[in-house]
Design a protein around this ligand. Structure first.
Ligand SMILES: Cc1cc2nc3c(=O)[nH]c(=O)nc-3n(C[C@H](O)[C@H](O)[C@H](O)COP(=O)(O)O)c2cc1C
Length: 125
């Protein structure tokens, strides 16, 4: 399963690198890339003006049809607003919210998320 992620300050990229799985980073300068395979989206949490490129990517061609689920990175100090970007995408695109982590994730987060990815893959095969 492909991972597609977005990052502003690099925390999400660090989380992704620790997973050692195939991944594509959404480029803010050109989010109009067609993915053509099922993917899990991993996004940090920011105001909509920053995250709208994620929607640009999802709304490009049939990308949203390949979206299997979404994971959110954030900061629990934001309390009720923790990972709201991922929650909004899960709601708007009608896919499950698969996982939540802070910053670049702990080693435990890495192992837990890998299990989530593996389980999804085995269900789909
Ligand atoms: C301006 C700003 C606003 C943020 N707002 C939220 C928020 O509402 N909820 C949340 O969970 N995290 C929030 N965060 C935390 C980031 O989502 C978090 O640090 C994330 O790991 C950053 O990922 P990135 O380095 O890949 O961009 C905010 C961070 C900044 C700098």
């Amino acid at each position: 399963m492909k991972l597609v992620y977005f990052t502003v300050t690099g925390q999400t990229r660090r989380f992704i690198k620790k997973l050692d799985l195939p991944a594509y980073e959404i480029e803010p300068a050109n989010p109009f890339f067609e993915i053509n395979e099922p993917f899990i989206l991993i996004v940090p949490t920011y105001d909509e003006d920053i995250t709208e490129v994620i929607n640009d990517f999802l709304d490009h061609k049939s990308n949203h049809k390949q979206l299997v689920g979404v994971a959110g990175g954030g900061n629990r100090n934001f309390a009720d607003l923790f990972i709201y970007t991922a929650k909004d995408i899960a709601r708007d695109y009608d896919v499950p919210l698969l996982f939540a982590f802070e910053f670049s994730g702990t080693n435990e987060d890495v192992e837990s998320f890998k299990k989530v990815v593996n389980e999804l893959e085995s269900k789909r095969n």
